[in-house]
Each structure stands twice: as C-alpha cells, then as structure tokens.
Design a protein around this ligand. Structure first.
Ligand code: SF4
Length: 281
C-alpha cells in the first residue's frame, strides 16, 4: 500500500510560532509558565508542553506569578493583557500576526464610523478576540440575510467588511459583492490567511487520487474536522484520528493508495508516527 502525505500537512506559520514561543519560555523560565487556555487545539502538544512545565489555566486569577502565554487565536480583549501586567505577570503574546491584523482593521473601521461585518463563525475564539479588540459591536456572520436585516438599523449604510482568517475567499467575496448591491459605501480588508484554503484545496485533490484518507489532528480542532468532512464529501473512507494508536489494520482492505492529511495544529512527530504505522500495513 502506497502512502501519500499532503505537502501542507501540519503546523501553519502561526501555530509553529506559538509553539516555539511556548517551548522557548519553558526553557528560559523553567517554572511558573502558563498558557491562558490551551495554546493550540491539539491535546498531545498541550500535554507535551505541560511535561515541559507549561501549565494550562483558564483565567488569570489562577496564576500567582511568572509568565503567561497568550494563544495563537488571541485573547478576548486588550483588557486581559493590561490585567496580566497589572498582576505583575510577564506576558508573551503568541497571537498569530494574521489575527492581530484582523483585530487592527476591525478597530480602524470602527474608528472610521463604519458598521463592521466580519464574515465568519461568531463562536470561534478568533472572532471573539477580534470583537473584543474592536471596542464595539461587530456583526459576525456568514449569512447575507442577517447582514441585510442588521443594515435596516443603520441608515447610512456604510459598512466595513473583514473576514475570519480561516474563511474561504469564495464565501468572503460573495458576501462583499452582495453588500455592494445594497450599501452606499463598502470598505473591505481582506484578512484571510490562505494557509487554510491551500490546505483544503490540496486535500480535495488528493482525495480524488487515493482510495482512503487518514486525517490527523485534534478532535477539538475545527480545521482538522473540516478537512475530514471534505474527504468524506468525496465519498471515500475517511478516518479522523489523533494518534497512530488509533489506526486499525482492517481499515484498508485491498487498497493500494492511501492519503494522509493533517490540521494546522498537528505536530510533525504525530504525522510521522501515523505514516510509519500505515507503511507497515
Ligand atoms: S491558520 Fe493562518 S491565521 Fe490561523 S494561526 Fe495559522 S497562520 Fe495564523
């Protein structure tokens, strides 16, 4: 059985940066290093960090002293950083620069008097962090009808549009075009990070060339789950696993080609273990 591994499998730029910052902090400060929430959506990486001394906490009041690392999706408000500093903590901000960019443009649009629309999922930590940093009410939605309804309350019909970093360009541009039809003025910042879309496109193509797909990543990772969904939509057997221990010999009866993809928060060491395991079948 041949095993093909996606080129874009594993850590994206922002996750790689955050994980490196956390391991460096553990090395430098030895103890009293904390991450506010799980640093990334991968339980194995969070566990490895905890073995190195990086403790996961849910709130600042669980930290007495030392270092706090802010995760790649960003924190819910700039207030969190001010509170951490007021508490005497050393803050390491591992927010992905693409997310920081979205926060900055949201704030700019609010300051310029636009009603801001973010095309995305309002329950995702990233969109919550952008709302928190904008200092105002932002409409987060992927549904144009919702935007239309909301605009009834804004007589000027000047809207500023940004995107959740993981949004697809197709969905984003569709909403922008529809808004142009009903607004007097539309100002747009493209805040998409193409790491996600590139990964999805590659997996879509790969799923057409193999007989089964193994998608590796946290069960709590939205981008990994989405990759598995893309493969299932192609109608081939798809297994979403977190580690090589879950692979079963009987999954690939008579198959000659199997593909491996991984989410943006899956480390190389886990992907390599899965590939080794598959090659032994
Ligand atoms: S997917 Fe893009 S925006 Fe999200 S953490 Fe990775 S590099 Fe940053």
């Amino acid at each position: 059985m041949e095993v093909f591994v996606a080129e874009n499998a594993g850590f994206c730029f922002g996750v790689k940066r955050a994980v490196k910052m956390a391991f460096d902090a553990a090395e430098q400060y030895k103890e009293d290093v904390h991450s506010l929430g799980p640093l990334i959506h991968n339980p194995q990486v969070v566990e490895r960090l905890s073995q190195k001394g990086v403790k996961k906490v849910e709130a600042l009041d669980q930290i007495e002293k030392g270092v706090v690392i802010l995760r790649s999706h960003g924190v819910s408000s700039p207030r969190v950083i001010l509170d951490a500093e007021a508490q005497g903590l050393h803050v390491i901000d591992a927010t992905c620069p693409f997310v920081t960019n979205a926060q900055k443009y949201a704030k700019q649009l609010v300051d310029e008097g636009y009603q801001v629309v973010m095309v995305g999922d309002r329950n995702h930590p990233e969109t919550k962090s952008v709302i928190g940093h904008s200092g105002s009410e932002i409409l987060v939605t992927e549904d144009f009808e919702e935007i239309k309804q909301a605009l009834k309350k804004y007589p000027k019909k000047r809207i500023g549009i940004i995107s959740q970093t993981t949004q697809t360009f197709g969905r984003f541009s569709e909403i922008v075009v529809k808004c142009l039809e009903i607004c007097e003025e539309v100002k747009v910042f493209n805040t998409i990070c193409y790491a996600t879309e590139d990964r999805q496109t590659e997996v879509q193509q790969m799923a057409e060339d193999v007989e089964a797909m193994v998608v590796v990543g946290g069960k709590n990772s939205a981008n990994t789950t989405h990759l598995a969904d893309i493969c299932r939509e192609k109608g081939i057997p798809t297994y979403h696993i977190e580690t090589s221990r879950e692979v079963e010999d009987g999954w690939f009866p008579g198959m000659r080609k199997v593909g491996v993809a991984a989410g943006a928060s899956t480390p190389d060491w886990i992907i390599e273990e899965v590939v080794d395991r598959l090659r032994k079948i």
